[in-house]
Design a binder for this molecule. Sequence first.
Ligand SMILES: Nc1ncnc2c1ncn2[C@@H]1O[C@H](COP(=O)(O)OP(=O)(O)O)[C@@H](O)[C@H]1O
Ligand SMILES: [Mg+2]
Length: 313
Amino acid sequence: MTISGRIAIFTDDSGWHGKVLTQAFARFGFSCAYVSLTECRLNIDRQAIPVFIPGFEQALPDAVFVRGVPGGSLEEVVFYLDILHALKLLSVPVYNNGHAIERSVDKAMTSFLLQKAGLPTPPTWVLRNRDEAIELAERELKVGHYLLSKPLFGSQGEGIRRIEKMTDLFWLTASNGVYYLQRFVRCRGDGFSDYRVFVINNVAVAIMRRCGKSWLNNVARGATCEAIDLDPKIAELAVKAVKTLKMDYAGVDIIEDRAGQYTVIEVNSIPAWKGLESVVHMDIAALLAEDLVDRLIKTKTSSISKAISVVTC
Ligand SMILES: Nc1ncnc2c1ncn2[C@@H]1O[C@H](COP(=O)(O)OP(=O)(O)O)[C@@H](O)[C@H]1O
Ligand SMILES: [Mg+2]
């Protein structure tokens, strides 16, 4: 296939995901270049392309695939999101776009939006004041609940602590000044497990059960992956969660509680899929590439050519 366009993959660690995406986009005629958001620049001077992306000095990419947004100070993160927003405003498809990433990277906003949409998600409190956080945690412990304390911007299970007893409250600390406290959901069955549902363009394409070594079921924390049949109820819930957060694709974490109710824990806008692919034997990168090319690049090209034909006829 001849190369018909170029895609920038934003990542600081291209790895396996970068490789399979590059191969998948090549099959659709697109070459990929890895770029770190730290190397991009806004040129607001009317002289040049307003967003400088190394390797794309002559023309902006046909699309951007976001595989990683680096951490950093508030200013740094806001700047990375500015780049994503600016690209979208310059009509470059950004997959997932900056707003979707913003909503999901921030666990507080994710929880708020899920709850507002009427979707089942655990009771959660986000606050600044330590005395109030302790008071709240005591109240939950007294009625028999455990609580999780999570960093607002965390991923892969990093920094999550479980508060099980009053003495645990001594070390309760805010993450960068903010407490995110969530009621712990005791999962159904023996041991610990949750579900990861992969959703692309509002369709649940794959699911796996993750069985953790402890209550943290992240693959990065050593959870094992297991293929299961997709229960339409989980699929529907995962799709509703992704629609609520307006994402092109996402990895949705869902727990089944002791009463058999499904609860949404998290919606990831930059999900990994290596663990999932090890059990479901699908080519997720191919599905993502196809979705991005067909739905975002081709539509854009055809609306541009329609506009041109309207102007010329
Ligand atoms: N409220 C909860 N009740 C029970 N387990 C939870 C809860 N929240 C998170 N977990 C467990 O911790 C894991 C990581 O939490 P999550 O909110 O998805 O953060 P991360 O972004 O670090 O993956 C989940 O996959 C799940 O196994
Ligand atoms: Mg998670």
